[in-house]
Structures are given as structure tokens and as C-alpha cells.
Design a protein around this ligand. Structure first.
Ligand SMILES: Cc1nc2ccc(C(=O)NCC(C)C)cc2n2c(-c3cc(OC(C)(C)C)ccc3Cl)nnc12
Ligand SMILES: [Mg+2]
Ligand SMILES: [Zn+2]
Length: 347
């Protein structure tokens, strides 16, 4: 694995002051994107310690510190799919485990909990800001490697994660037994592949089934579906925060989408409307995305975990603001203005 992390950075992380105890860090209203960028690795360490993973799985602290820095370094500075996104996704996993007591109430084994947090940290490693259809459409290296199996980007994120685990001094699973180790890698694979949109759409019917019938803790299929739902909810955690966060996220995502669209145009292929800056209406697309994907998912989660209902209301309120923005957009786009700056003051 060609990436390098300086040992002095590992030492600095090991000595990081965890006295910057941010209030409400373990509540759903906390926005992980407000953590100073340079403190994020320290907060990842804090989450591992707080969930008792370091003791339970005999993780050497300097190995964990080095692993975190390699994962951080594995992310590119794409507008959205960057280390801050990974940190926010991992933070939501931490919130779910702490607030829903997933291990205590038997929804997750202690090993599944460890791998859940690690999967979130690693789930988008080395993302290039382009999606799976771009890989196949433009015949990228990653497509040549993985397009026959599908989930091209997700298989690459998994491969990169394995490389880091196999890097000297980074194997946080080193003290697991051999059967725990192989189960951990299996869980890592399932979790990261679950963050492919296509596999989410394939599992929607099963998710509705499990939600309607009620969750059966002894049914391994139910477990797999629930863990896939957890991964997708974490990946969409920005939608559960205040309007400013969901607007900023939309700006970052469409920055990526429109750049992909520009790239596709320069390669002579026409981008889909969502990626064409000449045609896309961000508020419309956001209302659709929230309605068709985000709300059904979190509504299912709130059916299984009623304490999540308050988060569903936050998502609905954000959608209302996008609806208002749609109207504003229509009005101002007639005048040739983009409504995006209007949204600056929308609360
Ligand atoms: C705010 C927000 N808007 C989005 C608007 C559109 C799309 C998109 O790809 N639409 C394609 C059509 C076919 C549906 C994704 C969006 N999106 C994601 C996202 C979620 C992902 O996958 C899971 C987590 C499994 C859902 C994977 C990648 C991404 Cl970028 N995260 N936040 C957003
Ligand atoms: Mg992804
Ligand atoms: Zn992601």
C-alpha cells in the first residue's frame, strides 16, 4: 500500500487531548461536521474508546491511531466524498449504537458493532467524485477490475480497506481469533457493498417485509437487512441534521455531480439531468431524493426504533424547505438568478 503516514503524526494522535469534550457529542442533534478538521482523528479514537472496543478487542492504541490516519489519508479531497463525509458517517454509527443500545438489546454482536464503525470509516475510501455508472460508461480502470460483479466503487473501497488492514502496524483486528477475523472481513464486505445505491434498491422490498413483520433477532437474514439499513442511514446522516447542513451537503454533492456531467460532456456523452448543470433543479431533485429514498428508509427505521421518529420529522421539515426553495427557484430562475443564494437565509 503506497500511502505513507508519518510516525510523528501517529504519536501526535496518541497524545491528542481528549479533554475537548464537546457537549452533546453523543446526541442525534450534534453535527459532526462542526468538529474542527484537525481534531477528527482524535474523535474517532474517542468513539472507539467510548464504545469499549479498544479493551474488548485488545486493539493496540498505536495500531488504531495508525489505522485511522491511513484511512483518513485514503480519502481524496472530493467536494463531498471526502474524509469529513466518512467521519460524519462513522459518527452516526456511533450515535445509533449508543442511543439505540444495539449491542445491549441484541441487535448486534460486539464484533458486528466493531466492524460497523470500521465499515463506516472505510466505506468510501479513494472515492473519485464519480459514480458507478461513470466507471462503466467511461471504461475506467476500476470498471475493468470490478464491473463484471457490479458495485464497482464499493468493491474498490473494500479493496483499499483490506490493503490498509494488511499494512504493517495497521491491523486493528490482529488480536481477533481466526474465526472472528474471517467473520469481521465478511461483515466489512457486506457493510461496504450495502452502501451501493443499486443494492439498496434491491433490498427495499425485504426491508419493508422485516419492518412490517417485526424484527426477528434469530433470523440471520433479518440481521443482514437491518445492518444494511444501518449502513445506508449512516451514509445519509446529513439529512438528519439542521437545514444548513442539508443545504451545504446538497451543494457539495451537486458540485460533484455537475463536475461528472461536465466530464461526460467533454467525453462526448450526454449526462443524465441530475448531473447536467444546465438542466438540473437542485431543490426538485432533493425533494425527489428525500421522498423516494431518505424518508422511506428512516420511516422504516423509526418503525423498528420509535425513538428515531423525531429524526423523521427533521427530514420532513428539511424537505418542506426544499419545496419552498423549488417555488423560489422557479420565480428567480425566470429572472435569471439562481435561487441557491436565496437559500442562504432560509431557516
Ligand atoms: C443529499 C443526497 N442527494 C442525492 C441525490 C441523488 C443521488 C443519486 O445518486 N441518485 C441516483 C438515482 C438513481 C437515485 C444521491 C444522493 N445522495 C447520497 C448518495 C447515496 C448513496 O447511496 C445510499 C446511501 C445507498 C443511498 C450513494 C451515493 C450518494 Cl451521493 N447521499 N446524499 C445524497
Ligand atoms: Mg459510497
Ligand atoms: Zn458515503
Amino acid at each position: 500500500y503506497h500511502m505513507q503516514v508519518e510516525e510523528e503524526d501517529v504519536q501526535a494522535l496518541l497524545n491528542c487531548r481528549d479533554d475537548h469534550n464537546i457537549k452533546d457529542f453523543d446526541t442525534f442533534s450534534f453535527c459532526p461536521r462542526t468538529v474542527p478538521y484537525r481534531h477528527m482523528p482524535c474523535y474517532v479514537l474517542k468513539m472507539f474508546a467510548d464504545l469499549d472496543f479498544i479493551r474488548r478487542w485488545k486493539i493496540r492504541k498505536n495500531v488504531l491511531a495508525r489505522f485511522i490516519l491511513y484511512v483518513k489519508k485514503g480519502y481524496r479531497d472530493a467536494p463531498y466524498h471526502n474524509w469529513m463525509h466518512a467521519f460524519s458517517v462513522a459518527h452516526f454509527a456511533y450515535l445509533l449504537m449508543k442511543n439505540l443500545n444495539l449491542v445491549r438489546d441484541g441487535y448486534m454482536s460486539s464484533l458486528q458493532a466493531l466492524v460497523f464503525l470500521v465499515s463506516c470509516l472505510c466505506h468510501d475510501i479513494d472515492h473519485r467524485g464519480t459514480n458507478n455508472s461513470f466507471q462503466t460508461k467511461c471504461g475506467t480502470i476500476l470498471a475493468s477490475l470490478y464491473s463484471s460483479e457490479g458495485s464497482v466503487m464499493e468493491r474498490h473501497h473494500l479493496a483499499q480497506s483490506m490493503c490498509i488492514l494488511n499494512t504493517e502496524g495497521c491491523n486493528i483486528f490482529e488480536n481477533l481469533s481466526s474465526e472472528e477475523y474471517s467473520e469481521a472481513l465478511d461483515l466489512l464486505r457486506n457493510n461496504i457493498l450495502a452502501t451501493d445505491l443499486a443494492s439498496h434498491f434491491r433490498s427495499v422490498d425485504e426491508q419493508r417485509e422485516v419492518t412490517k413483520e417485526g424484527y426477528d433477532k434469530n433470523n440471520p437474514k433479518n440481521r443482514k437487512i437491518l445492518h444494511a439499513m444501518f449502513m445506508t442511514c449512516c451514509d445519509l446522516n446529513d439529512q438528519t441534521k439542521n437545514w444548513r447542513v442539508s443545504k451545504q451537503t446538497a451543494e457539495q454533492i451537486y458540485d460533484e455531480f455537475f463536475s461528472q456531467g461536465d466530464l461526460e460532456k467533454s467525453m462526448g456523452t450526454a449526462p443524465i439531468e441530475m448531473m447536467d448543470r444546465e438542466r438540473a433543479s437542485i431543490p426538485d431533485l432533493q425533494v425527489q431524493f428525500i421522498t423516494n429514498l431518505v424518508l422511506p428508509l428512516f420511516t422504516n427505521l423509526a418503525t423498528l426504533f420509535p425513538s428515531m421518529q423525531s429524526i423523521v420529522h427533521i427530514i420532513e421539515r428539511n424537505r418542506e424547505i426544499w419545496r419552498i426553495a423549488t417555488a423560489v427557484f422557479q420565480k428567480y430562475s425566470e429572472k435569471g438568478m439562481t435561487g441557491m443564494d436565496i437559500l442562504l437565509n432560509a431557516h
